[in-house]
Design a protein around this ligand. Sequence first.
Ligand SMILES: [Zn+2]
Length: 141
Amino acid sequence: MLNVDKLKKGIVIDHIEEGKGMDIYQELHLNDIEMPVVLMKGIHSEKMGKKDLIKIETDIKLNMDILGLIDPDVTINYVSDGKLVRKEKLQLPEKVTGILKCHNPRCISNYEDVGDIDFYLVNKDKKIYRCEYCDSYTTFH
Ligand SMILES: [Zn+2]
């Protein structure tokens, strides 16, 4: 069971695939938050064997695209007044903006300032995305 009783207000990112908690912590820059953030690794889970979990003791706007790219199977629990008020399931984003970089050296995005690039999901299983400018494929990691 999810242990939220010690959390008065904030966000619990649950069902993180074991080992990905640190990726999420770093990519979402959770270190920059001034309120307490707890990363728990390798917790026992009935469903997953082992899982990671992150508790953030404040309301912040998480970048769902980055979270979805790292681990689309997480559950996000919003806690207020010590109670679970909302659960959100994630999925792999169909389109991501300004997160991925194109690996094609001849792509216009690599020699002109085109601003944030859109990438479109082309393969769900392999998490492959297509550059809006040159159609090259890329992955998050
Ligand atoms: Zn490109």
